[in-house]
Design a protein around this ligand. Structure first.
Ligand code: GTB
Length: 215
């Protein structure tokens, strides 16, 4: 059955693979599932056709036969549950990996997104600079804890899993900030994720979308 996902027609990240379709592309590449991409404009995302798939008017979505999903975490979990390679077989290890998926999206990602959102929505406000230590401090708290837990390990809990895939994409959102440089353990972790052939294929595919718009 054909898998179709949605992605930005014109990604604001200019092909850096920071939008959330990257997670879904990477997961599909890891499990060797071919997929098609429907590119959507910001305007189309808010129209009824797309809202029927994604009630919040966002990308990514995932369609496979009569199944339609939204939320990148839910989509990656679905892929991981239906194809070998992204979740351990052992029940306890699988539960731990799923726990780490939630940790990536509900514990580590929110302070990162909050700082980004503040940049876009509040950067001209007089109090924006004063808020930076608070916003950065919340991120650093999580990174300190994550870095301590990762220690010398390659991945979060044993073999590479969907949890690492999500965590790496979450941490990548700090690229270019003055924060990540203080976390060599996490920088090396991100690099390990980026070195995976499936990551590279996914990255190249989303970059090709941006490159095509530049011609
Ligand atoms: N919780 C949802 C999920 O995980 O699927 C969140 C989906 C989401 O935030 N989608 C964003 C979107 O569609 C794109 S990924 N935004 C359009 C809108 O809300 O109108 C977020 C994103 C966008 C751009 C960059 N960037 O340019 O660097 C990075 C991340």
């Amino acid at each position: 059955m054909t898998i179709t996902i949605t992605a930005f027609e014109s990604s604001p990240d200019r092909g850096r693979g920071l939008a959330r379709d990257m997670r879904v592309r990477w997961a599909l590449e890891e499990v060797g599932q071919p997929y098609e991409v429907r590119l959507v404009s910001f305007k189309a995302m808010k129209q009824p056709t797309h809202l029927a798939l994604q009630p919040f008017g966002q990308i990514p979505t995932y369609e496979e036969g009569d199944l339609a999903l939204f939320e990148s975490g839910g989509i990656v979990l679905h892929i991981a549950e239906h194809h070998p390679g992204l979740l351990p077989e052992d029940a306890n290890a699988r539960a731990r990996a799923i726990t780490w998926m939630f940790a990536a999206l509900s514990t580590v990602e929110p302070p990162i997104v909050e700082r980004e959102a503040a940049h876009y929505a509040e950067r001209d406000e007089a109090w924006h600079e004063a808020r930076q230590p608070i916003l950065k401090g919340r991120i650093r708290d999580r990174l300190d804890q994550l870095s301590d837990r990762l220690g010398d390990a390659d991945w979060l809990d044993g073999a590479f899993s969907a949890a690492d895939l999500l965590m790496v994409t979450v941490l990548r959102r700090l690229e270019g900030s003055d924060i990540l440089g203080d976390y060599p353990t996490l920088s090396a972790y991100i690099a390990r994720g980026q070195a995976r052939p499936a990551y590279k294929r996914a990255f190249d595919a989303q970059l090709a979308v941006f490159t095509a718009t530049q011609k």
